[in-house]
Design a protein around this ligand. Structure first.
Ligand SMILES: [Zn+2]
Length: 367
C-alpha cells in the first residue's frame, strides 16, 4: 500500500523543523559519545604486577574524555563510570542507548594465559570470533557478568561456554560498517603512536551486544607483559593512548559529518513541519545518499534503488529507500542498497513520521 502511495505521488518530502535536537543523531552529526572504562570496583579486570586493568582503563578514559571536552565543545561526553565502581555490562550499553549516543567506546587492556610477551593494541567490533584467540578475549571480558547479582539481561548466557557464542553469529549490527570504520581509524592512530598494530578484530562482547550505535571495544595493550604494563601505567603512556583515541574519534566525526553535509550547517526552517504522505507512521528505511540539491527520485544516479523517498534535513536532501515495519526487513534492503554501490547506506527510523532512533521505533512498533 505504501509502495503504491509512493509511485502515485512520486517523491515525497518530509520537511521538519529540527529543534536543538536530542536526535540530530545517527547519520547526521556526532554529538554524544559514551566512554566506557572497562571493569571497576570489585571487578579488577586483568591483573598486572604493578597495576590493574580497571585503573588503566579509567585513567585513559578520563584523559580521552577531557581531550574531547577541550577540543570538540559540540560533543557531549558521558562516562559509564568516572570512579572506581562496579557497573553491570548491560547497564553500560543501556547508558549509551538512553542517551542516544552516536558512538560507544569501551576501553580495556589485554592479558594472555601462559605467555608474557604478547604486545600491541587491537580494536574489536561486535561479531563472530574468527579464531580461538579472539574468542578467548571475549570470554575474558564477558566474565564480568559472573560478578553481577542479576544476569537476566543476558538470557542465561554462559560467558565460558563456546557454544553460547553462536548467539552472536545470528545478530548482525546495524552499525557494523560504521563500527569497522571507527575501529580502523583507532588502529591507524595507535600505530602512529608506535604501538604494535594487531588489527581490527571481531568477537561477541556482551557490552557491545545491545548498543544501538556504532560501538567498538579497544584493547590498549597487554597488562601481563611488564614492558607494556609499565607503559600503560605511566603518565606518558596513558596520554599517548588517550590522544590516539581522541585523534581517531575526531577523524571519524569529521569524515562522517562531511559525508552528511551537516558540519556546521544550520537546520532549515520551514513554515510548518510535515510528515510523510498520509501517514506520520512509524517505520524503518535505508538512507543511502545525501545531496545539496534536490534530485528527482528517478534520477539516473539512483537507478536500481527501489522505493526512493526523500526528506530534507540540515540543509541537505536525504534519500531513503523502502518503508518497513521490521528492522530485519530494513537490514535486507540495506544489504541490497550497499551492493548497488552505496557502501555507507544505513538504516534510519521514523517515529510518527519524524526521525528517531532505531530503539524508539522498535519500542513504538511493539505497542
Ligand atoms: Zn577488560
Amino acid at each position: 500500500m505504501i509502495q503504491r502511495k509512493i509511485s502515485r505521488f512520486g517523491v515525497l518530502f518530509l520537511i521538519f523543523l529540527m529543534p536543538l535536537c536530542a536526535w540530530a543523531q545517527k547519520g547526521e552529526k556526532i554529538q554524544t559519545i559514551v566512554i566506557d572504562a572497562g571493569h571497576g570496583g570489585k571487578d579488577t579486570g586483568a591483573l598486572g604486577k604493578i597495576t590493574t586493568e580497571k585503573a588503566v582503563n579509567l585513567a585513559v578514559a578520563k584523559k580521552f574524555g577531557n581531550y574531547i571536552k577541550e577540543n570538540l565543545p559540540d560533543v557531549k561526553v558521558i562516562y559509564t563510570r568516572s570512579t572506581d565502581k562496579f557497573v553491570e555490562l548491560s547497564e553500560r550499553a543501556a547508558i549509551a542507548n538512553r542517551n542516544n549516543a552516536d558512538v560507544f567506546i569501551s576501553i580495556h587492556c589485554n592479558s594472555t594465559e601462559g605467555t608474557t610477551t604478547a604486545n600491541g593494541a587491537e580494536t574489536y567490533v561486535m561479531g563472530e570470533s574468527k579464531n580461538e584467540k579472539n574468542l578467548a578475549v571475549a570470554k575474558k571480558e564477558n566474565a564480568s557478568i559472573l560478578l553481577e547479582d542479576n544476569t537476566d539481561a543476558y538470557n542465561n548466557f554462559d560467558p565460558n561456554s563456546t557454544e553460547a557464542y553462536i548467539l552472536f553469529s545470528l545478530s548482525q549490527s546495524l552499525y557494523q560498517s560504521q563500527s569497522l570504520d571507527l575501529a580502523g581509524k583507532m588502529q591507524k592512530r595507535f600505530a602512529a603512536k608506535g604501538r604494535h598494530d594487531r588489527g581490527v578484530q571481531q568477537a561477541g562482547f556482551l557490552v557491545l551486544w545491545k548498543t544501538s550505535m556504532p560501538s567498538i571495544l579497544v584493547e590498549l595493550g597487554f597488562i601481563n607483559n611488564i614492558k607494556e604494563e609499565q607503559f600503560l601505567n605511566s603518565e606518558k603512556g596513558q596520554t599517548q593512548m588517550a590522544l590516539a583515541l581522541y585523534r581517531a574519534f575526531e577523524d571519524y566525526k569529521r569524515e562522517f559529518e562531511a559525508e552528511n553535509h551537516s558540519g556546521g550547517s544550520k537546520p532549515v526552517a520551514s513554515e510548518k513541519p510535515s510528515t510523510p504522505s498520509g501517514s506520520g507512521d512509524t517505520y524503518f528505511a535505508v538512507q543511502f545518499a545525501s545531496r545539496d540539491k534536490k534530485v528527482s527520485s528517478t534520477d539516473k544516479a539512483f537507478s536500481g534503488v527501489k522505493e526512493v523517498d526523500v526528506y530534507e534535513y540540515n540543509g541537505a536532501f536525504r534519500y531513503i529507500s523502502g518503508h518497513f515495519t521490521s528492522k530485519e526487513a530494513a537490514m535486507k534492503r540495506q544489504t541490497e542498497v550497499r551492493n548497488l554501490g552505496y557502501k555507507d547506506a544505513f538504516v534510519v527510523a521514523f517515529i510518527n513520521g519524524e526521525r528517531g532512533t532505531i530503539k524508539q521505533a522498535e519500542e513504538a512498533l511493539k505497542k
